[in-house]
Ligand binder design. Structure first.
Ligand SMILES: [Zn+2]
Length: 411
């Protein structure tokens, strides 16, 4: 009798463990606008999307709004890594002079909750680890990646920098080979794979055969990663989420440049194998790349503090969501708020702060509960004549399933 009980308990425990083995790989393919991703044959990306979804997603924050963000590489990656736009993370260009580490990357959110969890980065650009993730910096709590494979671009003996930049394709391949090997053998819980060659070809040749060939090469590399993941799923019954996106599109005229706010430069996309994507992802014409952090948090069961939720600019693409797309405008001493109701359960709490401590010091802001209204109403007005005068407000809309926010900056 005793033996049977122990056997039953063992099955129960291993069953739970197996169900908890969630793992995530996210991939950034540099500088591939949505039209190119769709018109060039990308069978591997499309095979993954068949399991989950291919979503239109914007980069660049919102055009002409307080959160507008240059469509440049490092800001684009940081939008993906932090789930917030430039007005918070403070990376406007590739110099990465002063990232605001008060906004944690997905790696820190993960490590804070799961110190024993394994995190990995595979990348052609060492700054991705040393500056954006901020490995070993006091401001990031000395975060340490468990695996890294990067900096090959600094090895000009093994990878001589030829004019045609073939070396960068070779580096992308080496990065992919190593990422696939580590996924197969060690299965880190959270991995970032970064592939650069596409953007190099875009800059050199614009919309061209060379650029399109590079996109197809990136697709084959994604296929290699996906193969490693599928083998792990099969062999170890792990639950893997793969998310692939791009950091910016390309200029509409020649495809050589980027950095501006044209539709094509802003036109990113998210391919994933998430089953199922939620009503927000289904109902929205264009989700955004800042939605990736809250999505990964949900998948890996990373619990966010109320203050972290109040700052995140994205909305999860899986699970229930109360509201999305908050808009605020001011007129006649009122803040007029609207939002898109998604799952119409419960109420929205409307919070207001005129401090910005979180950005400046990392400490919580002083929010006041202004009102509560059914989520399905989709709107609320804040009467400012009853509040302290300020030229800066943060509005937080807290639903049952998620929280969104808006800043109001008077000129
Ligand atoms: Zn880029």
């Amino acid at each position: 009798m005793k033996k049977i009980l122990i056997a039953a308990a063992f099955i129960f425990v291993t069953g739970v463990t197996a169900a908890q083995k969630q793992k995530v790989v996210f991939v950034i393919i540099d500088g591939v606008s949505k039209d190119v991703m769709e018109s060039v044959p990308t069978p591997n990306l499309h095979a993954i999307a068949q399991e989950g979804a291919l979503l239109s997603a914007y980069q660049g924050g919102e055009r002409n709004e307080f959160n507008q963000t240059p469509t440049i590489s490092a800001p684009g990656y940081y939008n993906v890594l932090t789930g917030v736009w430039y007005h918070k993370h403070n990376v406007p260009d590739n110099d990465i002079k002063a990232p605001n580490y008060n906004y944690p990357t997905i790696f820190r959110l993960f490590k804070n909750q799961f110190p024993e969890g394994k995190a990995a980065v595979f990348s052609s650009w060492q700054d991705n680890r040393t500056k954006l993730i901020g490995e070993g910096l006091a401001q990031t709590g000395n975060i340490k990646m468990d695996y890294h494979f990067d900096g090959l671009e600094l090895d000009t003996v093994k990878y001589p920098h030829d004019k045609g930049r073939k070396f960068m394709s070779d580096i992308d391949q080496a990065v992919t080979d190593e990422a696939s090997r580590v996924i197969s053998q060690n299965a880190p819980d959270l991995s970032w794979v970064y592939l650069e060659f596409t953007d190099d070809m875009g800059h050199m040749y614009g919309d061209s055969e060379q650029f399109h060939n590079a996109v197809q090469a990136a697709d084959r590399r994604v296929g290699q990663l996906w193969e490693a993941i599928k083998q792990r799923k099969e062999k170890y019954k792990e639950d893997w989420l793969i998310v692939i996106t791009t950091d910016h599109g390309r200029d509409p005229k020649t495809g050589r440049g980027h950095g501006g706010q044209s539709d094509r430069e802003r036109a990113s996309w998210i391919v994933n194998n998430a089953k199922p994507i939620n009503n927000y992802a289904k109902q929205t014409q264009q989700v955004s790349v800042v939605d990736i952090v809250p999505t990964i948090c949900r998948f890996l069961n990373i619990k966010l503090s109320a203050d972290q939720q109040r700052e995140l600019d994205g909305v999860p693409l899986i699970g229930k969501v109360s509201l999305a797309q908050p808009v605020a405008s001011t007129a006649n001493h009122k803040i007029n708020l609207t939002w898109m109701p998604v799952d119409n359960e419960g109420k929205v709490k409307v919070w207001l702060a005129s401090t910005n401590d979180y950005k400046q010091t990392g400490r919580p802001d002083h929010y006041k509960l202004i009102g509560e209204v059914p989520v399905k109403d989709g709107k609320f007005n804040i009467d400012l004549s009853r509040e302290a005068t300020s030229n800066f407000y943060k509005v937080v809309l807290e639903g049952k399933y998620n929280t969104v926010n808006r800043w109001i900056i008077s000129k």
